[in-house]
Design a protein. Structure first.
Length: 81
């Protein structure tokens, strides 16, 4: 089973998936949302039509993006102090 970092709650991931206008981003959010619910990479691949290797590559990329946004957010908040 894949490990999904707890940057966003399952509910937040679902909301982003359902409200995303861009189809590519929506599919990525759906993939991460399914994994966060405990679905295996194989089950998620069957639902999203992604091959397992694509899902495995998406996980670290998503984690890096969230961390980068977090660093920007913290830096912005520190400057406001």
């Amino acid at each position: 089973m894949a490990h999904v970092a707890d940057h966003l709650s399952v509910g937040e991931l679902e909301e982003r998936y359902r409200t995303c206008i861009d189809a590519c981003s929506a599919r990525h959010y759906q993939t991460i949302w399914l994994l966060a619910q405990g679905h295996t990479i194989e089950e998620t691949g069957e639902t999203t039509c992604f091959v397992p290797r694509s899902i495995e590559e998406l996980l670290p990329a998503t984690t890096r993006l969230v961390r980068r946004r977090w660093v920007i957010f913290v830096a912005t908040m520190v400057r406001r102090l």
